[in-house]
Design a binder for this molecule. Structure first.
Ligand SMILES: *Cc1c(COP(=O)(O)O)cnc(C)c1O
Ligand SMILES: [Zn+2]
Length: 401
């Protein structure tokens, strides 16, 4: 592991690792409700040390992680496939499409990467309880990693979370508190809970290591492409932490001299939950009062990491766009039929985005990585809105259509 400090992404003040835990004490706590978090911290790795570690063990992602390997949970995450999808490309008119398939994480979503690192931190701190608010996947990931490390997971989720995600949490033995309200209500309540009753809070962006955990997906893409970045990465966006994590991974590679050309980031939101898209396109933040989309993992009224997400999109020369639920479901089917990959609606949103993008914004011949963030089996109700199960027939050959 490379030594690091935390730096406030707003005021730039830096802190020793154990001098802060969540947000910058100057900028962060006490921000007005209904606004994105202020004072989100980023881990700044010592680049000389990082280079040295990489020279000693090329391709070893552990050098990039700010928690020592001795604390890492015995719950392997990452190393998911990066696959060319020419059939999907042909259907959509793109020549070089790839899918980074994080549906194949152990709990079925990219959230395993963040939960892994925050639980590693809990182990380092000797903290037996980890608390999170979640739309569903962060919680099922946390429940699984806590189960593997004999830790207690306390989870606040909207009661409308897909049943399979709730079942995952319960099967892994988490304490689940369904909220009669939105994800944003769960976020606020989980912070109150940690303040009053303790535990390490894993809320996305609030704990800086969520961004660090998620950045590993970018590092893997870089190594899987043989030491370079693609032209663009398409990312589904709720709170904006995956997006910021992808950017952090690639910029860490630049800082240590391994990469000189960064990819453009394309941020995809659901039409009914598009606070970050609006922030990027108008410069004004306005929350979404009642997020409304079947893509539950990106249904967020007040995206906690909106500021950093917007900065990442702009720095990358990328852009954001929105897709409808109808387009998401259609894209889910197209992805499944052309690649064999079954993505949950939020993840299928990246496929839905492609037909929406004009050629002058995204060259049809450029190399584009679609980040598939979650497995379709987590929510079978969503595609059933457009499918009907065939009627059963008697078990005789005559009856087979
Ligand atoms: C959490 C999640 C997202 C969005 O990630 P953010 O960091 O909240 O922007 C997208 N897809 C899936 C499947 C997720 O679980
Ligand atoms: Zn600050």
């Amino acid at each position: 592991m490379t030594p690091f400090r935390y730096r406030c992404t707003e005021c730039g003040r830096t802190f020793a690792r154990d001098a802060v835990r969540y947000l910058c004490p100057d900028c962060g706590p006490g921000g007005p409700p209904g606004e994105p978090l202020r004072g989100v911290l980023e881990a700044v790795l010592d680049e000389t040390e990082l280079r040295r570690a990489l020279d000693a063990r090329p391709g070893d992602l552990r050098a990039f992680l700010p928690v020592e390997p001795e604390f890492h949970p015995a719950y392997p995450v990452g190393n998911t496939p990066l696959v060319a999808v020419p059939g999907l490309g042909a259907a959509l008119g793109f020549e070089r499409l790839l899918v980074k398939n994080d549906a194949l994480e152990p709990s079925g979503s990219l959230k395993d990467r963040a939960s892994f690192l925050v639980v590693a931190e809990a182990i380092r701190l000797g903290e037996p309880r980890v608390v999170t608010a979640s739309t569903g996947n962060a919680a099922s990931a946390l429940a699984a990693v806590c189960a593997a490390t004999d830790r207690e997971a306390v989870i606040f989720v909207p009661k409308t979370a897909p049943r399979a995600k709730l079942v995952q949490m319960l099967v892994h033995g988490a304490r689940v508190v369904p909220i009669d309200g939105t994800y944003d209500d769960a976020f606020r309540l989980s912070l109150e809970y940690t303040r009053e009753r303790g535990g390490l809070n894993r809320n996305t962006a609030y704990h800086p290591l969520t961004i660090e955990g998620k950045k590993t997906v970018a590092l893997e893409i870089f190594f899987q492409l043989g030491g370079r970045a693609p032209d663009a990465v398409v990312v589904p966006v709720g709170d904006g932490v995956i997006l910021a994590g992808v950017w952090k991974g690639f910029t860490d590679l630049v800082r240590c001299g391994r990469l000189d050309r960064l990819p453009r980031l394309v941020a995809v939101q659901a039409e009914g939950s598009a606070a970050i898209h609006r922030f990027v396109t108008t410069g004004i933040f306005r929350k979404v009062d009642v997020p409304d989309t079947i893509a539950d993992s990106i249904a967020v009224g007040v995206p906690s990491n909106a500021r950093l997400a917007r900065k990442a999109i702009e720095e990358s020369g990328g852009f954001s766009l929105t897709v409808s639920d109808e387009e998401i479901l259609e894209a889910q089917g197209l992805l499944a039929r052309t690649t064999g990959i079954f993505a949950e609606p939020s993840a299928a949103a990246v496929v839905a985005a492609l037909p929406r993008v004009d050629e002058d914004r995204l060259d049809r011949g450029s190399e584009i990585v679609l980040l598939v963030t979650g497995h379709g089996l987590k929510d079978v109700e969503a595609p059933l809105a457009r499918l009907s199960l065939p009627d059963p027939v008697p078990a005789t050959l005559d009856a087979v259509p």
